[in-house]
Write a protein that binds this ligand. Structure first.
Ligand code: ME8
Length: 518
């Protein structure tokens, strides 16, 4: 596994609007995964970026009285800043207005034309600008005032569109897609979403309109610039662009394509799990290995929307609760894949219960005892008894459990597993009462504190992907070198060295209890 490439992507976000908690969430999930895989020795390429073309962006720019490029520049920068300010570890940030991308998407188009997958026709049908998607009449919903709405839950009105258009022969791909899903059972996750996609494809596919002529903000169709490409064919191709495509001999392409994981919200699964593999197979390019569609966040039980005025700003959240606390909450609170509700009470409960009283308290108690009773040095253990060995073994084996959960994108289960070890360690500290041993058996006290410090070292190592700052501070307090923090250092591979001087301990997860802050 070591050195094996791992390529993962977020959706590229529309620049018609500014980032909110939903965007931060998807990128956070990818960040945790990217950090985990790096610590596990993988050669990670983690991509995020912005989707800058299309009618929606053109309309938003017109409303703001600026050019689409100016709007894109301004809002793309905000997504880039968000990634920086949240401490995300993305390796690249792609923009669909960049030359490298325009070259890639035009090449993919040419390839599809060459293989007879694209033809010129005329489109007439319903289009939702908000969703940048076409819908069949039978899919539409009647709105309260008789207006026809897209069936996506966004409440967006559709408009009738009639124009010359290039089409992709999607109708010919149904059986091949179904076979592909069958041959690659892990391609769509979670399972319930996979079933939805399969039944959609079984319901029959229609050819897809892939160019527009009634607006101009997009990539021109090669040799027919009156047409601009449908924003989704443009956008999806970003995943290829970043690897170096169309240069199929480039290092990036050879190493990272096909992508290991496209992480998306459930709203855009169809584009990633149906259109995208069809485009790619149609162009003779291998499809990605996996698409995971996560759930939707609501705010105190309400749908998050601008009109309700309850959009959650990730900066506010971090200012209020802390970066690591927000990361932990979002990944632990909701089984990844399900919808989740953001509530102040739940946030505080998680941060205090699991972090302050759980991991933080265990580390603080143990390190303070060591500081006071072991001359501020890693204590030297005597012979280990069965309960010592059992706890060390549990902590050392955590990684095997976590690998399984992370490969399945079950972040909540990974964190549950870590916290289970923390509560075992809490039980161990109470059962062994090192503070009492100080007077009766200082040799045993040293052993108990060593076992606890080792357990904390293992817990902090595996927490790095989830709460990187706090985990780093705990490792600092255990005097662990920066170079000795990867997953090869877990368990017996590298125990703490008795006699190592330790700095004065400091709490890393403050309790959130200021009512004014609430
Ligand atoms: O769809 N809860 O961009 P977009 C959870 N440009 N996640 C949420 C969310 C919420 N309430 N709101 C948004 C696009 N998201 C296209 C993608 S990819 C080739 C092109 C997240 O700016 C979630 O990941 O509308 C969702 O899929 C994405 O933001 C949509 O971002």
């Amino acid at each position: 596994m070591a050195g094996e490439p791992y390529y993962l992507t977020t959706p590229i976000y529309y620049v018609n609007d500014v980032p909110h908690i939903g965007h931060a969430y998807t990128t956070l999930a990818c960040d945790a995964l990217a950090r985990f895989m790096r610590l596990d020795g993988r050669d990670v390429f983690f991509l995020t970026g912005t989707d800058e073309h299309g009618q929606k962006v053109e309309q938003a720019a017109a409303a703001a009285g600026i050019t689409p490029q100016a709007l894109a520049d301004k809002n793309s920068a905000r997504f880039r800043d968000l990634a920086r300010d949240m401490g995300y570890s993305n390796d690249d940030f792609i923009r669909t207005t960049a030359d490298r991308h325009i070259r890639a998407v035009q090449q993919l188009w040419r390839e599809l034309v060459k293989r007879g997958e694209i033809y010129l026709g005329k489109y007439s049908g319903w289009y939702s600008v908000r969703d940048e998607a076409f819908f069949a009449e039978k899919e539409l919903i009647k709105g309260p005032n008789g207006k026809l709405l897209a069936p996506t839950g966004t409440g967006a009105e559709v408009e009738w569109v009639e124009e010359p258009s290039y089409f992709f022969r999607l109708s010919a791909w149904g059986d091949r897609l179904l076979k592909f899903y069958d041959d690659n059972p892990g391609f769509i996750a979670p399972e319930s979403r996979r079933n939805e996609v399969i039944s959609f494809v079984k319901g029959g596919l229609q050819d897809l309109s892939v160019s527009r002529t009634t607006f101009s903000w997009g990539v021109p169709v090669p040799d027919d610039p009156a047409h601009i490409m449908y924003v989704w064919i443009d956008a999806l191709t970003n995943y290829l662009t970043a690897t170096g495509y169309p240069d199929e001999t480039s290092d990036g392409y050879r190493k990272y394509w096909p992508a290991d994981l496209h992480m998306v919200g459930k709203d855009i699964l169809r584009f990633h799990a149906v259109y995208w593999p069809a485009f790619l197979m149609g162009a003779g390019v291998a499809p990605p290995k996996r698409v995971f569609a996560h759930g939707w966040w609501t705010n105190e039980g309400q749908k998050i929307s601008k009109s309700l005025g309850n959009v959650i700003d990730p900066y506010d959240l971090v200012a209020k609760y802390g970066r690591d606390q927000v990361r932990y909450f979002m990944l632990r609170e909701v089984p990844f894949g399900n919808d989740g509700d953001f509530s102040h009470a739940a946030m505080v409960q998680r941060a205090n219960g699991d972090l302050a009283n759980g991991i933080g308290n265990l580390a603080q108690r143990t390190l303070t005892l060591i500081q006071k009773n072991c001359d501020a040095k890693v204590p030297a253990p005597d012979a280990l008894n069965d309960s010592d060995k059992a706890l060390l073994a549990r902590a050392g084996m955590l990684i095997d459990e976590l690998r399984g959960h992370m490969t399945a994108q079950e972040f909540h289960k990974a964190l549950q597993a870590v916290l289970a070890v923390v509560s075992e360690a809490d039980g161990y500290i109470d059962a062994n009462a090192p503070w009492a041993l100080r007077k009766t058996d200082s040799v045993r006290m040293a052993t108990v504190l060593f076992v606890l410090a080792e357990t904390i070292r293992n817990v902090a190592l595996v927490m790095q992907p989830f709460t990187p700052e706090a985990a780093g501070k705990i490792l600092d307090q255990l005097a662990i070198d920066e170079g000795a923090r990867d997953f090869n250092q877990l368990g017996e591979a590298r125990r703490l060295v008795p006699g190592t001087a330790l700095p004065a301990p400091k709490g890393v997860f403050p309790r959130i209890d200021d009512p004014a802050k609430a």
